[in-house]
Design a protein around this ligand. Sequence first.
Ligand code: MRU
Length: 360
Amino acid sequence: MKIETMRWSHNRLEMIDQRILPASFEYLSYDSAASVAEGIRSMVVRGAPAIGVAAAYGVALEALRMASVIPPPSHEGRGSGDENFKAGMEAGFTVLAQSRPTAVNLFWALQRMRRVWESVAAQIPQQIAQRLLAEAHEILAEDIRINRALGTFGAELLPDGARVLTHCNAGALATAGWGTALGVIRSAVEAGKKISVIADETRPFLQGARLTAWEMVQENIPVTLITDNMAGYMMAQGEVDAVVVGTDRVAANGDVANKIGTYMVAVLARRHNIPFYVACPLSTIDLNIAAGKDIPIEERPVDEVKGFRETHWAAEGVSIRNPAFDVTPAELVTGLITELGVVLQPNAQGIRNLMPAIVL
Ligand code: MRU
């Protein structure tokens, strides 16, 4: 089954509402930067690459919206129409940039869209909007190609019969399709390997129980769900052969930010001599951040920890923290799996050697 996390339909962006999966499968429709930003913030769409693709469409939607309210230029010139267009676009960029702080793909996509805008800024808004839309389509298609490429590299690392533990959801739903960590698993299965998955539930938003488990069940890839605190037991029992996770941002020294709980899994994997791999498109590497301690970590609403949806089980009045990500030091990472190859024991030099000049 092909999962279309988002799609362009009737001049709108449609995104699967990941908040209600797997109980319901529904697309929501978006027509502006502000509405897409709200979709990202509220986690209708989530996962670093998917957030980046959605933001690119957010910019294109804003351009289309602004272009539709600005009259075509008259013979007197363009004047205030252009100014309004620019102001609307800047507001769109700002609201999107404020939607979530940790996934660097968001800022990567906004920067790419801004460069495209600048390259055609002399054209009329209608033409600019079409060019930005074409770029958003390209970012989406490219994301799937990248996942396929890193999947092929990653699949080689997994032995036939491997039992692979993953945390959160770095699957088709977290990208434009195929997935990063789950892309590695899909590619290994496609290559004929027998792979089974152990999915951490992933408190508090349950991306593992709801999304990873759903994706694997859809594809008949054997999957076993555990709660996060069972990972150590499973490893100690010899039931885990490898860990593969995704990431929201990798610092220049190879430190990895990913869903809260990933660090705990990495420490356990090292204790049990289990390889810990991070599937990571180049767009997730942030060379402007020297080390993991400088990666901004999102704090989400405490209601997510109090309970789930309307059901609250925490004692009223208790103080609650909800950091959504943690940082795994590079020394615990066996390899970064990218679309250009695998960086084993990542460090600043290994990462620089990998990055193409265009990204540097
Ligand atoms: O809060 P989320 O669901 O957006 O967090 C997602 C993750 O932590 C993923 O592992 C990461 O974004 C990589 S997705 C390919």
